[in-house]
Write a protein that binds this ligand. Structure first.
Ligand SMILES: Cc1cc2nc3c(=O)[nH]c(=O)nc-3n(C[C@H](O)[C@H](O)[C@H](O)COP(=O)(O)OP(=O)(O)OC[C@H]3O[C@@H](n4cnc5c(N)ncnc54)[C@H](O)[C@@H]3O)c2cc1C
Length: 493
């Protein structure tokens, strides 16, 4: 049994710690704040005394590692799988998006796409054609089907595609890709923007083709359940707070909150010897996992490694805002809605989703706005007013509803921005120092900044520790299997 200190109690640190504790190692998790969960956590609302999340978090069916982590902790029953999505168009009309449960992928998407009322037949043909180009370009074995226009425009040759496929894809923006596929502004705004901005929290001009394509391939085309949205029906503290602490303690693990680390101390053999805490104490261990956000990592790394990880300073951040509204009545029975071409992007009906609100006279709604840079120019009142008018357009009872309370929360460094070039700045979970490992949604997982990306990084960091201990083990969970038809059509692995 070895001792492992994990610095950072977000999902990356927690999943790494749990995986190692489950394999018999002595784990201590150090978290600077007074609660666990990091960017996916709850806080107490001063007005109501209720635990509310900093922002509504959702997972998708393709998030196999995150779902595995929730199952391991025994909290997966707190996720409600949505069988359909509801899209609100600019006129307030609602289209239901309900993929088939029996048709193989990608045919399961045909009917729900056809049912989106705000898109014409021509719009849908454009989307189908771009999806096919997208999957072809991102698949390793079908480069020959990339359109000549695309090859000419970006000087992409067969050799390029073969040898530097991922690197070149990372240099393209998703918007450039869409323009090369002749997507109209209407289709870009009402389809591609809607899916990608909420998934990646960036504008299409700033999303690398590779990262955008992954959302569509893994989320929609590979498997019929990849798209399914899993929404927490309880505050996030019920996922990563007490239940996790108990789970870990039964496996000999310890969690110390309010235990910020200031630096790591190296010994003469070039290994990390201890973590120095803000209160002056130190903690020694055989292995250390640094699982803090990328913009905090450089300060904590030993001086010897600073130069190697300088590029972390170049990773840009993107903001996400959540607008919390408490109304005096129910405005819709839908659990959620996706707003197309509005300021509001997703509405979550917390009163419907969370049993704690069932008999509550205050009805709680949360509206999420990703890539919320534009909100800087608006006052809180203006934001709330605009969001209320979006809700009124879609749900008539909202016109009569009285706003009892509201709160706008913006996380300015919510996620790293998946811009071209960022992929190069994402380091491996293993470092040149044998007993130091990295975890965090920003490390090299191939995934965007999500709970899935964080858990993947934690599992990979645990694998790195096990490898160094001479007891290699697979912790990372397999992706959803690629459907047979999708494999045949797109030559996806
Ligand atoms: C507003 C918002 C909405 C989001 N929505 C979604 C969503 O719907 N779906 C989704 O999948 N993802 C979403 N995300 C992204 C997701 O929350 C993150 O990708 C994930 O939680 C990151 O986990 P992490 O462990 O890598 O980092 P973090 O959660 O940032 O954890 C790092 C931890 O390290 C601690 N720490 C920092 N410095 C020190 C120190 N010196 N000593 C000790 N501890 C330290 C921090 O307090 C923190 O707890 C959202 C994020 C935000 C902010």
């Amino acid at each position: 049994m070895s001792s492992v200190v994990v610095i950072g109690g977000g999902l990356a640190g927690l999943s790494a710690g749990c995986a190692l504790a489950d394999r018999g190692h002595q784990v201590t998790i150090l978290e600077s704040r007074n609660r666990l969960g990091g960017r996916a956590s709850s806080f107490e609302d001063r007005e109501t005394g209720e635990a509310i999340d900093n922002c509504q978090h959702v997972a998708m069916g393709c998030c196999t590692n995150y779902l595995h982590f929730c199952q391991t902790l025994g909290v997966d029953h707190l996720l409600e799988r949505q069988r359909e999505l509801h899209f609100v168009d600019v006129k307030g009309a609602i289209s239901r998006f309900r993929p088939s449960t029996w048709l193989p992928s990608p045919l399961h998407l045909a009917r729900p796409l056809a049912a989106l009322k705000y898109l014409s037949f021509d719009d849908k043909s454009q989307i189908a054609s771009a999806l096919s180009q997208l999957v072809t370009l991102s698949s390793s074995t079908r480069q020959h089907r990339v359109s000549q226009k695309f090859r000419d425009e970006f000087q992409v040759t067969d050799e390029d595609l073969q040898s530097t496929r991922e690197a070149r894809q990372d240099q393209l923006t998703f918007r450039e890709f869409l323009e090369s596929c002749r997507q109209s502004e209407h289709v870009i705004r009402t389809f591609w923007h809607v899916v990608l901005v909420s998934a990646l929290s960036e504008s299409l001009e700033n999303i690398s083709f590779q990262q955008g394509a992954q959302v569509f391939v893994d989320g929609f085309l590979r498997n019929t359940s990849g798209w399914q949205v899993h929404v927490p029906i309880a505050p996030l503290e019920e996922f990563y707070g007490e239940p996790l602490a108990q789970w870990l303690s039964t496996r000999g693990g310890t969690i110390q909150t309010e235990s910020g680390v200031t630096n790591l101390v190296m010994n003469e053999s070039g290994l990390v010897e201890s973590a120095q805490l803000r209160d002056g104490s130190t903690l020694t261990a055989d292995h250390f996992i640094l699982a803090v956000p990328w913009h905090r990592t450089l300060d904590l790394l030993p001086a010897e490694l600073q130069l190697k990880y300088q590029t972390l300073a170049e990773i840009p951040a993107a903001p996400i805002s959540s607008v919390h509204l408490w109304l005096d009545r129910e405005i819709t029975s839908l659990p959620h809605a996706v707003f197309v071409d509005h300021l509001s992007q997703w509405m979550f009906n917390r009163s419907k989703l969370d049993e704690r609100y069932r008999d509550n006279p205050r009805f709680y709604y949360q509206v999420v706005i990703s890539a919320s840079q534009n909100l800087k120019a608006m006052s809180q009142e203006e934001i709330v007013q605009q969001v209320m008018s979006d809700l009124q357009l879609a749900f008539p009872p909202a016109t009569e509803a009285k706003l009892l309370n509201s709160r706008v929360v913006t996380e300015h460094k919510a996620v790293f921005s998946p811009q071209p070039g960022v992929r190069e700045c994402r380091p491996s979970q293993s470092t040149p120092v044998d007993n130091l490992h990295l975890a965090g949604d920003w490390t090299d997982t191939g995934w965007p900044a999500t709970m899935e990306g964080a858990v993947r990084s934690g599992y990979l960091a645990a694998e790195s520790v096990l490898e160094q201990l001479g007891t290699p083990d697979t912790v990372l969970q397999p992706d959803l299997p690629t459907g047979r038809l999708a494999r045949w059509l797109y030559k996806l692995d």
